[in-house]
Design a protein around this ligand. Structure first.
Ligand code: TXA
Ligand code: MG
Length: 314
């Protein structure tokens, strides 16, 4: 298959409406979209990514009217989050309507919904005139793509079309909150910080339900992306004592005196988050042995950044 690279939302929407899959930018990472109501098209996503079929997909909408097609009801805690954070980097897990095909939700009775804020993403979904399911547009086991070039590297020849956009603003995936139970529960840290969620829902729980049982997003049981190199989380460069025969890389805030083959010095946590996945890809390409990643404070997007660093370090 030839992958068509375009900056026309009209052309990209035509691919969606003829049952093909299309990669597109959002403010978090690039997604791989299909018409939510076209089961055959949704199936193509799992094949192209090599994604296990028991890992459900996020529905992407361009306006709140589309929510009614997807969910049974909107619980009051979800209403509060929608008011404050839609459109944005927040995904809500809600009781699903019978119209949502089982392939989308991997047979669960809930559906995850997000309304991106990204202008091109919104215009594209609107042009498609249907909600789009979209996981991150990487091959399973690779980091989420934050540039159209990274999408093409993984997906060239496997998808019909790539809608070209800018580099993504956040660089990490959306925050996922389960609102299908009595108490809202944070399933995945992401672009919207926990403090921000707490300002709306003070009693939100983190990663466990009311009985204290761990509830996990199906996606969490899969090994998250980790680079070929060993990832080492450090406080600062003074703690580093690398062996000399190894190819080393560093990402963090300080100019460092060591001899690193690759380094990425960021001015703040936002830039660190934006750079991380592309830096990991560069490290894989350069056959780096060890990646030193500077620790960040777990607030704002720092919580998501530390989560991805810890997973990568495994
Ligand atoms: O920022 C993002 O969220 C990006 C962009 C493209 O929107 N998408 C993304 O999708 O990261 P994906 O498929 O890579 O991650 C979706 C996560 C997975 O961990 C999945 O298990 C979880 O959301 N999820 C989806 N539906 C769910 C449901 N009904 N209940 C619990 N978790 C769900
Ligand atoms: Mg993903």
């Amino acid at each position: 298959m030839q992958t068509r690279v375009t900056d026309s939302i009209v052309e990209a929407a035509e691919f969606i409406n003829s049952g093909e899959i299309v990669a597109f930018p959002t403010e978090t990472v690039y997604g791989l979209g299909a018409d939510l109501f076209n089961q055959e098209a949704v199936g193509k996503i799992f094949i192209a990514k090599g994604r296990p079929s028991d890992n459900p997909l996020i529905a992407h909408i361009s306006d709140l009217a589309q929510l009614e097609q997807l969910v049974e009801k909107v619980p009051s805690n979800a209403k509060k989050l929608i008011e404050k954070f839609f459109p944005g980097a927040l995904t809500l897990v809600l009781p699903k309507s019978s119209r949502v095909p089982a392939i989308v939700t991997a047979g669960l009775d809930t559906v995850a919904v997000r309304m991106p804020k990204h202008k091109l993403a919104q215009a594209f979904i609107k042009e498609c005139r249907t909600p789009l399911v979209a996981p991150s547009a990487n091959l399973s086991g690779r980091p989420s793509p934050t540039t159209w070039q990274a999408v093409l590297k993984d997906m060239n020849g496997l998808i019909a079309c790539l809608l070209k956009g800018e580099r993504t603003e956040f660089g990490l995936e959306s925050t996922v909150v389960d609102c299908s139970r009595e108490r809202a529960c944070l399933l995945r840290a992401g672009g919207i910080g926990l403090e921000d969620l707490r300002s709306v829902l003070p009693d939100i729980v983190v990663g466990s339900n009311e009985d204290g049982e761990p509830v996990r997003s199906p996606g969490m049981k899969y090994k998250h992306y980790s680079p070929k190199a060993e990832v080492i989380i450090v406080d600062s460069w003074t703690k580093i004592s690398p062996s000399d025969s190894k190819k080393r890389a560093f990402i963090g805030f300080e100019k460092i005196p060591e001899n690193f083959l690759l380094s990425c010095i960021c001015k703040d946590v936002d830039e660190y988050a934006r750079e991380l996945f592309l830096f990991f890809r560069d490290c894989d390409d350069a056959a780096i042995d060890e990646i030193y990643c500077q620790k960040v404070e777990q607030k704002g997007i720092g919580l998501a950044l530390m989560d991805r660093l810890r997973r990568a370090a495994h």
